[in-house]
Design a protein around this ligand. Structure first.
Ligand code: SAH
Length: 555
């Protein structure tokens, strides 16, 4: 719940705007501001306060508790110009809340947490539980002191700067095991543990939680590394399970009994098989997502638990960078570039976005023509557990790396698609609206496709009266294909059919040319050019290439 605290008329109006647009808000308006803040702090996870930062700080001073129990707090000024995260920038997600508030109210978020200002990932921004000296280790990272990173496994973390490595007196430990804390250690708890749970009807949440905690602790593990509870379908609505999950914010994953019955477990039970249809619930459910059993079945009166540890799933983001202009790079692409620790791509594309990468990001560049190796390398890195971004111009799914990568990729990684603005779309937009009706794209590169196939497709598109976008139209070694293709089209369309030629779209050396099928000089076309050939309906309207939407052209 987001509390909205306001006292002035303008503040109340701004609060009402947010309350109208967001469902998860609660207003605190009719009281003295100190009382309103106290109540909001007690009841909400986040608070937006329409008061000066100074006034707010005085009022909240007596309310401050530990980092994890204090709500994220954002202050907004009377003119709605600035949204300032005052407390819990990371831990209370106040930085993101400030961004959302600024978006809604038309202002700017003023982010002051040091890691964000320095382009470093915050230790508490991963969505993972943290323990220990977050502030002191963060300061060591910012100050460039050596910080030792140790991890039980490779997790898909964002990049850390170069001073985070094999040595240092400050430590980041990534583990599901118990660690003794000192003032210089942060423990990040990865979501590694799968708790399999069986229960008899009427089990209490307290019994379940006590059993889970004691089983996990006895094995030297941390309950903070529990990713989810897993059980059998028929127990999905068991109140004690639902409540236990709610209390700890664990998701519950359920499996059909037949699925659990297929899983090999160390301690099957005939009794359970007769009652539920699977010889194991707890151990089988813990193991159903893969991984190894780290706590064998343990029982209390009405509950049974077992715990498995899963291997990290790496991430492969397929990031289309668009045609080149920075403002045609999508915000999601930027997020993924800053989320990854390894970037794989052609050097010229990586150069386009190098400034966005976090310090310490590993960059594996390749030169043209090594597509298979590049795709395979990216997939292998993700399979090892890394967060990888495979980048390419336009969209990576269009004549690019996504297809070879997905041919290689198994189900053991998460694939994160980030569509990009393609060459066809950026060229078309610069020409006008040539793709206003049915269109086809054809690559004229016969390096991977026999020319007869290409020719057949060009002929089919020409016969079908599709607008045709030619990719890879012409290079030094492939100099006759474009003329040949245009000759085929000319057999089906008048010589004055409009043709748009866009070179280096959305790059500093962009050129745009409009001509006709009869007049196109193919020597002006190279490998950074996209050629758009109109259909029989395409017209030039006031210097812009337009293909009408209707099936009938009304003149
Ligand atoms: N994945 C890319 C296409 C790669 S194929 C995309 O979605 O856009 C390479 C071809 O794309 C080039 O030969 C050229 O025809 C076209 N192309 C790529 N970038 C371009 C640009 N900025 N301007 C014009 N054409 C471009």
């Amino acid at each position: 719940m987001i509390g909205l605290v306001a006292v002035t008329a303008a503040g109340k109006q701004a609060a009402a705007t947010l309350a109208n647009r967001w469902s998860e808000t609660k207003p605190y308006l009719g009281q003295r501001p100190g009382d309103a803040l106290r109540q909001a702090f007690a009841e909400c996870d986040q608070v937006v306060c329409f008061l000066a930062v100074g006034a707010t700080v005085r009022l909240i001073a007596p309310l401050l508790r530990g980092r994890d129990t204090t709500p994220g707090l954002v202050c907004v000024d009377e003119q709605r110009r600035y949204a300032v995260p005052v407390l819990g920038g990371h831990s209370g997600a106040a930085n993101e809340l400030a961004d959302r508030v600024a978006d809604e109210l038309g202002g700017t978020a003023v982010i002051t947490t040091a890691t964000d200002a320095r382009n470093l990932p915050g230790l508490d921004t991963l969505g993972w539980a943290t323990e220990g000296a977050v502030a002191s280790v963060t300061r060591a990272i910012l100050d460039g002191e050596p910080v030792r990173l140790s991890s039980d496994a490779i997790w898909p973390l964002p990049a850390f700067p170069a001073n985070v490595g094999a040595t240092g007196s400050h430590r980041i430990v990534i583990t599901d095991r118990q660690v003794s804390l000192d003032g210089r250690t942060v423990v990040l708890r990865p979501p590694a543990l799968q708790v399999g749970l069986g229960a008899s009807r009427g089990v209490s949440s307290a019994e379940i939680l006590a059993l889970i905690d004691s089983a996990v602790n006895a094995a030297g593990l941390s309950p903070l590394a529990i990713a989810q509870l897993c059980t059998v379908d028929v127990k999905a609505a068991e109140p004690g399970i639902v409540e236990a999950a709610r209390l700890r914010s664990w998701p519950v994953l359920t499996y059909p009994a037949e699925r659990l019955a297929e899983i090999d477990v160390p301690h099957p039970s005939d009794l359970v098989r007769r009652k539920i249809g699977t010889p194991s619930v707890a151990e089988a459910a813990a193991l159903a997502g893969g991984g190894e059993l780290v706590v064998a079945k343990q029982k209390s009166r009405r509950a049974t638990v077992a715990v498995a540890r899963v291997r990290p799933r790496g991430r492969l983001a397929l990031v289309g960078l668009g045609p080149g202009a920075r403002d045609l790079l999508t915000p999601r692409a930027v997020t993924e570039l800053r989320r990854c620790s390894v970037v794989v791509g052609l050097d010229q594309y990586v150069d386009q976005i190098r400034d966005l990468l976090r310090p310490g990001t590993r960059v594996d560049t390749y030169s043209l023509g090594e597509e298979r190796q590049r795709a395979r390398a990216a997939v292998r890195l993700a399979e090892d557990g890394h967060a990888v971004a495979l980048v390419g111009s336009g969209d990576t799914g269009v004549y690019a790396m996504a297809a070879p990568a997905l041919e290689e990729a198994g189900q053991n990684i998460d694939v994160v698609p980030v569509p990009g603005v393609t060459a066809a779309l950026s060229a078309a937009a610069l020409l006008g609206a040539p793709l206003g009706h049915d269109h086809a794209a054809v690559s004229l590169s016969d390096l991977h496709t026999p020319w007869e196939v290409i020719e057949r497709r060009v002929r089919a598109a020409a016969e079908g009266d599709f607008v045709i976008t030619f990719y890879n139209p012409r290079s030094r070694n492939r100099d006759w294909q474009l003329s040949k293709a245009l000759g085929i089209v000319a057999g089906h369309r008048p010589p004055q059919t409009p043709v748009g030629v866009v070179r280096a779209a959305e790059r500093p050396d962009q050129t745009i040319m409009m001509t006709t099928l009869a007049d196109l000089d193919v020597s002006t076309v190279d490998m950074v050019t996209t050629v758009v050939v109109g259909s029989s309906q395409t017209r030039i309207v006031n210097g812009r290439m337009v293909t009408p939407r209707g099936y009938r052209w009304e003149s």
